[in-house]
Design a protein around this ligand. Structure first.
Ligand code: MRU
Length: 358
């Protein structure tokens, strides 16, 4: 696989009335696409992380609603709208933390309402257009984020990343990983340290896979090795993605991100979160209000092991995300530019309309 093949990978796409998505749970060993047509299959694909990464879930949700809307009987608008809302709420219940899911479902809902008085076929066509627009916008946003992110790096830098924010988690380029591909394209020498990302191993299974296939130099480490790697001077920046950003700059991302940021601050290494502005929840004042998904204990004790690695009666706690306090971040990289602290001020400059409306 070439750099271009990885950067331009399309992992969520629509083929007629089927939603096609790469089953990310099978990587790196098996590349298999799923053909989904029912709401239950789509819900399961999000819940089980077959499709994952905040932007990819948003894109997936847009196509899902466009496809499912065609299956709803529509004797009149109100009956149709009730069923649409039920399906949208159902998909939204699959994962609570990444705001892109609810944000894109709301966008699709707004299209339904705006086309209330049109012929039903026209309404369905408008949903198709919106779903495609969500996808296209994400591609453009990822490109800009990657360019801004690259401007923070210099030749020879080492960067540590957590979880997976590459093309697999978006549509193209990725967010936090995008700068690494562009650095390769530009002939720069950037070395990426990839946290394996316990417990679901997105770093090991997905990020190191994507970077290796693209020929970007990378080294896989266990999450608890980050401090040593930083102390040894191998890392000049931390780049990770985001699932929801509060108005004050607090960032929810994969569990472990906050700890990584605390360690990096100890060593004076700048920490950047990279993501599209659709991940900023302008209605959310601080990280305190961000819902944190909890997942099954089997992910800690059993998954990826040949035999369970803890007694059945051992209690576990498995939060899937944590919130990095805004005070730990050197910047938040969006497609509109890089927001620097204080974030409420820089967000007001970059996103005047959104900040005015809260
Ligand atoms: O649980 P996941 O794998 O969906 O978590 C994903 C992350 O935390 C990513 O960093 C985030 O969604 C950004 S993806 C561009």
């Amino acid at each position: 696989m070439s750099l271009e093949a990885v950067m331009y990978a399309v992992n969520v796409r629509r083929e007629g009335n089927t939603l096609v998505t790469l089953d990310q749970t099978l990587l790196p060993n098996v590349t298999e696409y799923l053909n989904l047509t029912t709401a239950e299959e789509m819900w399961e694909a999000i819940y089980s992380l077959r499709v994952r990464g905040a932007p990819a879930i948003g894109i997936f949700a847009g196509y899902a609603m466009a496809i499912l809307a065609k299956q709803i009987p529509a004797p009149d608008f109100d009956t149709f709208y009730q069923d649409c809302t039920r399906l949208s709420d159902y998909l939204n219940s699959s994962r609570p933390t990444a705001v892109n899911l609810s944000c894109m479902l709301r966008r699709m809902d707004a299209v339904v309402q705006a086309n209330k008085d049109k012929a039903h076929e026209e309404l369905l066509a408008a949903l198709d257009v919106e779903a495609k627009a969500i996808h296209d916008e994400d591609i453009a946003m990822c490109r800009k984020i990657s360019e801004y992110g690259l401007s923070l790096l210099k030749d020879g830098d080492g960067v540590i990343t957590h979880c997976n924010a590459g093309p697999i988690a978006t549509s193209r380029y990725g967010t936090a990983q995008g700068p690494f591909y562009l650095s390769k394209e530009a002939g720069m020498n950037i070395h990426v340290y990839v946290d394996e990302t316990r417990p679901l191993l997105q770093g090991a299974r997905l990020t190191s896979y994507e970077l290796t296939k693209a020929g970007v130099p990378c080294t896989l480490i266990c999450d608890n090795m980050a401090s040593l790697v930083m102390k040894q001077g191998k890392v000049q920046a931390v780049f990770f993605g985001c699932d929801r950003i509060a108005r004050n700059g607090d960032v929810a991302n994969k569990i472990g991100s906050s700890g990584l940021a605390i360690i990096a601050n100890h060593y004076g290494i700048p920490v950047y979160s990279l993501g599209p502005s659709t991940t900023i929840d302008f209605n959310c004042p601080t990280g305190e209000q961000i819902p944190i998904e909890e997942r099954p204990h089997s992910e800690i004790k059993e998954l990826f092991y040949e035999k369970p690695m803890a007694l059945p009666e051992v209690q576990c706690y498995n939060p899937a995300f944590d919130v990095t306090d805004h005070s730990l971040l050197a910047g938040i990289v969006t497609e509109q530019g890089i927001a620097y602290p204080p974030f409420s001020e820089s967000f007001a400059k970059l996103f005047p309309e959104e900040m005015k409306n809260v």
